[in-house]
Structures are given as structure tokens and as C-alpha cells.
Design a protein around this ligand. Sequence first.
Ligand SMILES: NC(=O)C1=CN([C@@H]2O[C@H](COP(=O)(O)OP(=O)(O)OC[C@H]3O[C@@H](n4cnc5c(N)ncnc54)[C@H](OP(=O)(O)O)[C@@H]3O)[C@@H](O)[C@H]2O)C=CC1
Ligand SMILES: O=C(O)[C@@H]1CCC=N1
Length: 273
Amino acid sequence: MKVLVIGGGNMGLTYAEAIAKSRFLKDRDLLILDASKEKTEELRKKSHFAVYESLNDCVPIADVIFIAVKPYHAQALMEDLKPLVSEGQIFISLMAGVTIQALKNGLGRNKVVRAMPNLPAQVGKGLTSFTASDEVSRLELSTVENLLDTTGRSVRLDTENDVDASTGISGSGPAYIFYFMQSMLEAARKMGFSEHDSKVLVEQTFAGAVELFASSDLDPEAWMNRVASKGGTTRAALDSMEDNNVKALIQEAAYAAFNRAVELGKEYSDSDA
Ligand SMILES: NC(=O)C1=CN([C@@H]2O[C@H](COP(=O)(O)OP(=O)(O)OC[C@H]3O[C@@H](n4cnc5c(N)ncnc54)[C@H](OP(=O)(O)O)[C@@H]3O)[C@@H](O)[C@H]2O)C=CC1
Ligand SMILES: O=C(O)[C@@H]1CCC=N1
């Protein structure tokens, strides 16, 4: 089986590296292509995949094709791909918003998977949600799942609306965590801690809390109650967050990402990508 990754940026390269590391494929069976000359030169320095500059040379020989370009490049790319693709090939789009129907129309092919990864894939801790067109067989789905799992975990969802919703939670979610981290770092600096100490305080606090959360079935509220003593410091902080509606605002942000994913889907299907 040959796997081609189109787009060697954050996500495409992450996937290519993870598949290469997993030894799921033989080295020369993993192909990668990027439009930028600079990037292909960088990619050539890595030995574990075959780097291509022309779609003509790699698309016809691939069995599975990852599409990892920005959504606004989708239409132009699919126009170039359409004359080169063939029946039996499976397309896995990592693009936010672009719908299965837009992919089917754009590629003129039916075996399409729409996946939403997240950035922790770079360290093998990614979460990729996905859904597939009916034309992808069970056996093909298990190959797809194996490929996606090379970057962490995957969750198969029933509908594209679920994938849009998951974009608001796991796809964009790492950025919300970084936002929270940034706020804590700024508070630490304001309190007079050095850059180094601020980073240690914040990093270890996040890492520890995540590990605790993963270590049992306790929900976050139960953990909050274990940290907070009656009339103590944590309660003062939690009350402040409640008074300022922080929970509702975070939920609003997650919905903003979800809604934007739906909106992107409409933009790209309107343009008949
Ligand atoms: N970053 C993230 O956390 C997440 C991203 N995604 C999705 O992943 C996709 C890729 O995002 P990301 O990796 O961040 O983007 P990047 O811009 O880092 O990477 C995309 C790469 O594709 C190249 N490219 C553009 N057009 C073509 C083409 N026609 N043929 C080949 N290569 C091309 C770009 O080159 P150039 O720079 O020259 O344009 C660039 O190197 C997006 O659709 C996004 O929605 C999904 C979940 C999370
Ligand atoms: O911001 C974006 O559009 C992409 C999708 C999820 C994460 N990054």
C-alpha cells in the first residue's frame, strides 16, 4: 500500500512523520508532496519518505491520499487532482469545514474520509475525529483508522455535523488550553516570578492536573472540590471565575469554532469545490 500526503505543513508533516515512525508502511511507500520549493527541500533532508513536486508523478501510484492543505487551497488542488485520480483510491481530508460532498464533487470520486486532527498529534497525543462516505468499506475503514491512530487516538463519528462539533472541542481545543496557560503565565509574571519559574509553575500544574484527571473516573468538579478547602484560596478563585461567567464564555468560544466549521463547509460547497 502506498500513502501520499499532500501538503507538508503542520498537519501533513505531522501525519507523515507519525506514519513513518509507526513502521506501518515501508519507507518508500510513504510519499509526500508540497507546493512550496523551500518546503520540499526541507522534506528531502528527512530520509523516511519519498518527496514529490509534481502530482502527476505520485497521485496515480497512491492507494490512500491525505489532503492537508488549507481549506482555501482545496478547490485549486482538487481541480489539479481530478484528472489524475482513479477508482479505489481513498481520500482522507484533514481540512476544517470542507464537506464530504464538496470533496466528492471536486475529486469526482466517492471513497472520502473527513477527519479532524489536532496539534498534539505532533507528540503522538493527537485526537483525530472522522467520518466516512458510505462507499468506504469496513476493511478500508480499518486501514484508515490504523493510519489515523499513528498520531494518537481516533474517534469515528456518525455525521459530518459531529465532526464540525468536534472541531470546536478537540480540533481547535489545544489553542484554548494555550490561552489559559498564557493567562496563568501573565498572572505569574505580574506576581513577580521570573520567566523560568513562571513556566515551571504553569507547565507542571497543567501536566499534573491532566494526569490526575486521566488517572480516575472522577469528574472535574470532584477534582476541583479536592483542591478547594472551605473558605480557602481555591474557592476564592473559583468563585471569581463563576462571578465572571468564565464557563459560559469558554462554551461560547467552543461554539464559535463549531459554527465557523459549519460556515466553512457552506462556503466551500457554495463554491462547488
Ligand atoms: N494546524 C492545526 O492545528 C490543524 C489543522 N487542520 C487542518 O489541516 C490543514 C492544514 O493545516 P496546516 O498544516 O496548519 O497548514 P500549513 O499551511 O502549515 O500547511 C499546508 C501546506 O500545504 C501547502 N500547499 C498549499 N497548496 C498546495 C497544493 N496545491 N499542493 C501541495 N501543497 C500545497 C502549503 O504551501 P504554502 O505554504 O506555500 O501555501 C503548506 O506548506 C488545514 O486544512 C486545517 O484546517 C486541522 C486540525 C488542526
Ligand atoms: O483553525 C483552524 O481552522 C484549524 C482547524 C482546527 C484547528 N485548526
